[in-house]
Design a protein around this ligand. Structure first.
Ligand SMILES: [Zn+2]
Length: 60
């Protein structure tokens, strides 16, 4: 589970594993394709090789 801002509905929402359509390894990191709650197909680049997100706050 992760949070993401949708490029279609512009809402930050939690994305659950059941919404994930594919995981692809690439040189830039892991490209995760998922379906937003609004029905739009979205992608998220994650993994060690992916650029860091500035908006993440470590859990206390
Ligand atoms: Zn959306």
């Amino acid at each position: 589970m992760f949070d993401s801002v949708c490029t279609s509905c512009h809402r930050r929402q939690l994305i659950f594993p059941s919404q994930v359509r594919s995981l692809d390894n690439s040189e830039r990191g892991i490209l995760e394709t998922y379906t937003c709650w609004c029905g739009s197909e979205q992608t998220w680049l994650t993994g060690a090789a992916a650029p860091a997100r500035d908006d993440l706050v470590p859990a206390a």
